[in-house]
Design a protein around this ligand. Structure first.
Ligand code: SF4
Length: 489
């Protein structure tokens, strides 16, 4: 959140929650990591299955997470948000939303198939015809590989991600040096070291188990449960509070941190010369309500919640289509499915404001792009075959047919002022490999604030979906001077 606040220059949206979490570090130490963070819970779950030993305290390896943190901060100062790479919240929501949820859908679908014959016998019609769609996302395998890597690393150290990789943990450890709520040791401590050997964060020095590295202690309470003399407790006042000396980073380590941070800031500049990064000419088709591209890339945490919420599974994480800066950001693949002009789910799911939550009234007026016809692929244009699929499915009536001179049949064109870029035409186009009609981000309306309806009207866009629906319900209104729908009078 803090990185998004710096990169997006939006302290109002992200700065406040980030500040609350930081303040909680002063009071409760890293209890957030031990009890709230979903990634921490995931890592604990993995550790239960495979971790062999907590491993000992090593100052050098712990520096790695500071390198990541510095890299993120430097790039955020330059307006780039790369926190999605290792942010625990972003990683875990992406993993659960884009991998676990589809897996659950797949399993439910299979279970339904097994149950269907019985449902048929019992006459349970709703179960007989019920279907569970399994959403598919391009980065699923990557996420599986990443978490498989964590499973592998858990064999060497407990809480490996938190201790060595997590940039949020690095930032928290700066604030949690002397928290009010902390581990306390009573005089009954015999120094047996049982707690130090079991601490998943290696926050207890093995040679001095009565001390605590507060900045690494996640207040999991494992030491308290294990202590044979009940010498360990957690509280604001009880017992004596002893801290271990924090390690001081060497100059070489500080230099490495600075170099890594600068390198991360330079990366996007390289990618800008490629497609889609801020300032580049090609911008992918973004979800309805997306703020302007530069702001979008800075705000988007790549949490995947919008994609998990998408009702048609058209919203998917991008690889490098939008450059390095746009990695894993959501883009529409309208070849696979349309973006429902009545659906507002993605904006309401987005926690960072990269996609604005839209009202039902505003939603149909959002122009996310414009459809373009490739004549060489079109059955009517190139194949001289009577095909009107795009016209039949277009909810905005943006496809118009006309008779070019010397051409035997009517051919389609897109009335761009009526096209919202929903992609109904592209997903329905019978030319499957290279559809004859593709949605591009051209003329997309991207607003940080204000009404889409008003802007669309100001620009002369005819995106009144309600009127189109009324027209379809009334067959008389479908013909103009006796000419069939879709044909220009
Ligand atoms: S647009 Fe919003 S919901 Fe979608 S990935 Fe980015 S931050 Fe998450």
């Amino acid at each position: 959140m803090g990185i998004a606040a710096i990169a997006g220059r939006s302290f109002k949206v992200f700065g406040f929650p980030a500040l609350i979490v930081m303040l909680s570090m002063l009071l409760f130490g890293r209890a957030f990591c031990g009890h709230i963070c979903p990634m921490g819970a995931t890592v604990d779950f993995i550790d239960k299955g495979v971790a062999k030993r907590p491993g000992t305290f090593s100052a050098r390896t712990k520096t790695v997470r500071f390198v990541f943190l510095a890299a993120l901060v430097v790039s955020a100062v330059f307006g780039m948000n790369f926190s999605y790479g290792l942010s625990p919240l972003s990683l875990s929501t992406r993993f659960y939303g884009l991998v676990i949820l589809p897996m659950a859908a797949l399993i439910s679908g299979l279970a339904l198939d097994v149950f269907r014959p019985l449902a048929r016998m019992l006459g349970w019609q709703s179960a007989v015809f019920a279907q569970v769609a399994t959403p598919v996302f391009p980065t699923q395998l990557f996420l599986v590989a990443f978490f498989a890597g964590l499973v592998f690393l858990a064999r060497f150290r407990t809480r490996f991600f938190c201790r060595f990789l997590c940039p949020a943990g690095a930032l928290f450890s700066i604030f949690a040096r002397k928290p009010l709520l902390s581990r306390r040791i009573a005089d009954s401590c015999t120094g047996c070291g049982k707690c130090a050997r079991a601490c998943p964060m290696a926050a207890i020095p093995v040679k001095e188990p009565s001390k605590t590295l507060y900045y690494d202690c996640i207040l999991c309470g494992k030491c308290e449960k294990l202590c044979p003399t009940n010498a360990v407790s957690f509280g604001f006042k009880a017992g004596e509070k002893k801290s271990a000396e924090p390690e001081n980073p060497s100059r070489r380590r500080i230099l490495a941190v600075a170099v890594a941070g600068t390198a991360a800031a330079v990366l996007p500049a390289v990618s800008n010369s490629e497609a889609g990064a801020p300032g580049a000419s090609h911008i992918p088709v973004r979800p309805p309500g997306s703020v302007p591209e530069d702001e979008f890339l800075a705000r988007c945490a790549r949490c995947g919640l919008c994609m998990a919420a998408c009702s048609t599974n058209t919203l998917r994480p991008l690889w490098l289509e939008a450059g390095v800066a746009g990695l894993f950001s959501p883009g529409l693949n309208t070849k696979i499915a349309r973006c429902d002009p009545k659906c507002t789910r993605c904006g309401h799911a987005c926690p960072t404001g990269a996609i604005r939550p839209l009202s039902n009234e505003e939603r149909p007026w959002v122009k996310i792009g414009t459809a373009k016809i490739t004549k060489e692929n079109c059955l009517a244009w190139a194949g001289k075959k009577a095909c009107m699929t795009c016209d039949e499915v277009c909810p905005y009536d943006a496809i118009k047919f006309f008779h070019p001179k010397g051409h035997p049949i009517a051919v389609p064109r897109v009335k761009s002022s009526s096209c919202a870029g929903c992609g109904a035409c592209e997903s329905a186009c019978p030319v499957k490999t290279t559809p004859a009609i593709r949605v591009t981000s051209e003329d997309a309306v991207r607003l940080s604030s204000g009404s889409y309806k008003e802007v669309a009207r100001d620009r002369g866009y005819d995106l009144d979906l309600a009127w189109q629906n009324r027209k379809k319900e009334n067959p008389d209104a479908m013909t103009v001077d006796g000419i069939a729908p879709g044909f220009d009078p």
